[in-house]
Design a protein around this ligand. Sequence first.
Ligand code: CUA
Length: 354
Amino acid sequence: MRNRRPAIWVGVLSIAATLIGIAIVLAIDWFPTQASSAAGDIDTLYDVLLIVSVPIFVLVMAVVLYSVYAFRVKPGDTSDGAPIHGNTRLEVIWVTIPLIIVSVLAAYGWIVLDDIEAKKADALVVNVTGQQFAWSFEYPEQGKLQSNQLVLPIDRPVHFKIDTKDVLHDFWVPEFRLKSDAVPGITTDVRLTPTRLGSYPVVCAELCGIGHSTMRQTVRVISAADFDAWVEEQRQGDEDGGVAAAGGDPLEAGRRIFTDTGCNACHTLADAGSTATVGPELDDLAAQAAKYGKQEGQTPAEYVKASIEDPNAFVVSGFQKDLMPGDYSSQLSAAEIDTLVEYLLTVSKGKEAQ
Ligand code: CUA
């Protein structure tokens, strides 16, 4: 029975394999938490693609396996196969059906993309700048507020305008789903609405150099009231170097600036728990600043401040020029830089004495 009607068995097994395959692809948790307005539509689109892919995969495999079995060479048969000059009906079918499937999926994808990228009234504009190896954010409508943290109010549409100061980067929050390259010379856009409170990773999804893997920050989605308070706190921080926000503790304020500004992506500093080696280690900075500062006729604090504001002024041997971004004096206020310098000299001195 089985040998006489193998095609029926192939059909039955294929249907079973398709159903099992669809159950498996839908059971796998492919995506992280849905935290933006775009996530639901995108995940549904992917589910549809997966469901459509399974029967095609099964069909191809069934034809291949059936052919291997049914048309296998008989023992002792050394003749050539019969010459075949095509089959017009078959060719029309295998061109037409995939064309229809791909066209329908393309139209569906276009509709979803058009929908999730629709401009919304009252969008919060956030300028996103990629730079080896950190993201920085500017809120032009909040008094051009500069921040190294991405903070967003929940349920308000956001329009990210994405830029880069050097090479290609790629701005991506997996929980938001959408991502976009940061391309030298042009501004790219991402529009979405955060729909879930919480903290999610902001990653760079384009290999951009030695620190690419450390180019990770966090987006915090908070309530509208908390967002307003955060904006106010950032403004205050520009005035007092972040000390009030850190509960009056200047070291804690410095630690926060070090981490929030992304210094930890490149520098090792035990006090801040960072171990990166893109730039010089800072655990012995106090001693180094005393030594090199003297050569340059600077106090240690002046030396550290100059190294932050103009990294090329003095480059530690073994490290390249132009590796460290040169715009921290515009990212940070004067008071914040003072807080950071004080912090770095204090914790590296403490470390040395241990
Ligand atoms: Cu920036 Cu990878």
